[in-house]
Design a protein around this ligand. Sequence first.
Ligand code: ADP
Length: 389
Amino acid sequence: MVNISKEQVLERLRSVRGPQGESDVVALGLVSDIFITGGKVMFSVTVPAELAQGMEPLRKAAEAAVRSIPGVEGAMVVLTAEKKGATSEGRAGPPPAQSPPPPHRHGPTGGRQAAAPGGGKAGVPGVDAIIAVASGKGGVGKSTTAVNLALALKANGLRVGILDADIYGPSLPRLLNLKDKPQVVSGRILRPLDAYGTKVMSIGLLVEEETPMIWRGPMVISALTQMLREVEWGELDILVVDMPPGTGDAQLTMAQQVPLAGAVIVSTPQDLALIDARKGLNMFRKVDVPVLGIVENMSYFICPHCGGRTDIFAHGGARHEAERLEVPFLGEVPLDLDIRLTSDAGTPVVVSDPTGRHALIYREIATRVWDGVRRARSGGRPPPRIVIE
Ligand code: ADP
């Protein structure tokens, strides 16, 4: 096999002009660390945020340049932009809305075509149902919930994948203690990593977690499309997508792009968060994605010393709100040190204490979510009974 070196890749990239036609991407210091596995090459190119909309040709040129190296079987180039400012939430501002490009059709497996209740969007071959875990704002425990929910679905006997689409703060590598880079299997197709028997892909596996980034529309779409359609997911019953927090254009674009069978909204009990949760509901309704329900996270506090329960926030708000908004209430998860510690250690509570009370709570939520997916499939009605005469 031909060995490819980083120097060879950099040498070839010197033929790719910078974002404004000046110099080249290497001399301008825009090329990230380069990952080479077998004949596959992966890296990112940093472009100015304000020019990001028109940078797809640069991305393509970089890929083509690398592909022309003898021995290179595939190249994956992702565009990133440096974060200049942040919004009041401390997150990068949302990308401008734009019409999406046609989806890539060359899925990695030849499995079943998923139904597309989200409005005729092409499914991901082999993946039966895709659900989003979303929140109206950051810091409510969306990623913690997404990971534990996915592992609980697995514990309930399903074949599960997790896609970390939280481009503003990909946290799955940390929550699942993943350090390896995904391998490229053929062409642009990546092999997901395995965590506790689930398949995982995260933008955080391709870029450094600490790298501040701002994403613009085309980059969001290209990264999401690659992670969704150019990953060897194999046969899955359910793929859980950890969405970026909030309800801005980036989130809306994602919700439009992914053929979602449903969405789970995570909220804390505070009123403010509930208002934000409402925005999340509306966002999915706008794009015709069924809302599977609300999870109330950090719902109440159990004292680790005396076992006493304290409703720190006005507990029960999410349940009440779910009733008012006529969406299912999926369950309440306590604010508990174990949940945080196990998350930080990369061993989520559902796998580190599979018979404990927290795991049971998540498994009940998972059961309700899966029921909701099946109900949504059958148009809100229970599945038809088959009568043999
Ligand atoms: P988000 O994805 O909404 O930004 P995270 O899932 O990253 O939120 O959670 C934010 C912080 O809160 C993390 O430190 C996480 O460990 C902690 N956390 C989340 N849910 C709980 C919980 N139920 N009990 C204790 N800590 C929690």
